[in-house]
Design a protein. Sequence first.
Length: 187
Amino acid sequence: MENADGDLGVTDSEGYKVVDLATNEVTPTIKITTPGVMATYLGNVYVLSGDTLTKYTSDGTSSTWAQSSEMEGAGSMAISVSIYVLKKDGTLLSYTTGAKDNFSVSGLETALANPVQIQTNYDFDNMYIADAGNRRIVVLDKKGTFIKEVKHENPLAWGNMKGIGVSADETKLYVLDGSKVHEIDLK
């Protein structure tokens, strides 16, 4: 599921659909033929499958936006002008206008272990990575510089981390751990 312009975006076997949360009206928008890691940006849907990143426009037109063997093994993706690809091995890549950026994570003392999701958007100052293997959320600026890590006060918590959400003003973090959602103050 993705958040699309304040509405809920979902994918199923028929493609990408937008749900108006006020009316519960479901509008099919884009037929997506290839499953993969997905993110939305400016009304477009980007799907990363294997080594190919495909851009789907609102009229359903698709085009290869980028292709690189380095993108294989992606587990999550987020877009904020650049497209950030988080690989299952903890590698974080950045692409702008289809080309790989000179980008690296710096200042992170403990490497990512089993990262499950990256979260950012155009209006965010930072990127947030759910690092399930280390039971933490890693906060980076958009240049890849480590800002901080967020951990639960109980070191045994977050053992089944599945995903995260961040409020629009970046003051609240939501961690999905199994079937429980934890709310954390970021400021």
